[in-house]
Design a protein around this ligand. Structure first.
Ligand code: KIV
Length: 292
């Protein structure tokens, strides 16, 4: 007997088939609760290595490990049921050889159950992408600004703002597409270049700081929710959760100190003989001893 989920998850070929169609909606998520929310509206959930900066407070994505990606990838798979979940291969887990990339990708796919992986790099990764794609690993490419290369590029600067810089970025996107990637992220590139690459390649382009003409868009969830203290220009804050979280924490601290939380609603009364709950007598609000 086969065990099938009622909801069919989108696959890499489904996403590939959306080239030129209705825009693909993608967001990052790193844990089960946010994955559940995002899953209802997104085609792709990216477990990006930006989790190193967002969840762990690293300055760059360089310190992120394969184990970190697997742990959060598992959480996102548990929280979602419809979107294609794509997990990033972190720095150091795929660049040494195509065999190393395959072993890392296979570990992520076996241990999380995700449907695809993403790797950064254009022409230099083409051989690896082909090797993976031929062996059952759907690959999302990532060109333009590649944050894992921060120590060689020097800063998180937008790419291709002078037309003279376009050729290598276009060549990277074409190489990734020709190698068999099912989609490619275009990060932080000049708008006309994003538009031009989208017209040139046969796979969906997913823009982040690229162009509205891309076949889809992705953002880091915490950035668009207003939770990240510093965000790049390409981020639009669709929400401002910071102040409401702060207010909730402030209210909680006040109630704990005043002993008004937990109230009778939040504690377990004793059972009365005969099965009925006894009413617990609690101290009056604000009458408890003060902290100081
Ligand atoms: O790690 C990440 O979140 C990403 C997106 C910014 C595309 O790679």
């Amino acid at each position: 007997m086969s065990v099938q989920n009622e909801t069919r998850r989108l696959t890499a070929p489904d996403i590939h088939a959306r080239k030129g169609g209705e825009p693909l909606v993608c967001l990052t998520s790193y844990h089960a609760h946010t994955a559940r929310i995002v899953d209802a509206y997104c085609d792709v959930i990216l477990v990006g290595d930006s989790l190193g900066m967002v969840m762990h407070g690293f300055e760059t994505t360089v310190p992120v490990t394969l184990d970190m990606m697997i742990l959060q990838g598992l959480a996102v798979m548990r929280g979602s049921k419809r979107a294609l979940v794509v997990v990033d291969l972190p720095f150091g887990s795929y660049e040494a050889s195509k065999e190393q990339a395959f072993m890392s990708a296979a570990r992520i796919m076996k241990e999380t159950g995700c449907g695809a992986i993403k790797i950064e790099g254009g022409r230099r990764m083409a051989e690896t992408i082909a090797f993976l794609a031929e062996r059952g690993v759907p690959v999302m490419g990532h060109v333009g600004l590649t944050p894992q290369a921060i120590n060689t590029i020097g800063s998180f600067r937008a790419q291709g703002r002078d037309e003279s810089d376009w050729a290598p970025i276009e060549a990277d996107a074409r190489a990734v597409a020709d190698a068999g990637a099912f989609a490619v992220v275009l990060e932080a590139i000049a708008e006309p270049l994003g538009r031009r690459i989208t017209a040139q390649v046969a796979i969906p382009t997913i823009g982040i700081g690229a162009s509205a003409a891309c076949d889809g868009q992705v953002l880091v969830l915490e950035d668009m929710l207003g939770l990240s203290p510093r965000v790049p220009k390409f981020v639009k804050r669709f929400g401002d959760l910071g102040p409401s979280i702060e207010q909730a924490v402030k209210d909680y601290a006040k109630e704990v100190r005043a002993r008004t939380f937990p109230s009778a609603d939040n504690v377990y009364p004793m059972r009365k003989a005969g099965g009925q709950a006894a009413v617990t007598k609690l101290p009056e609000r604000g009458k408890g001893p003060s902290r100081t």
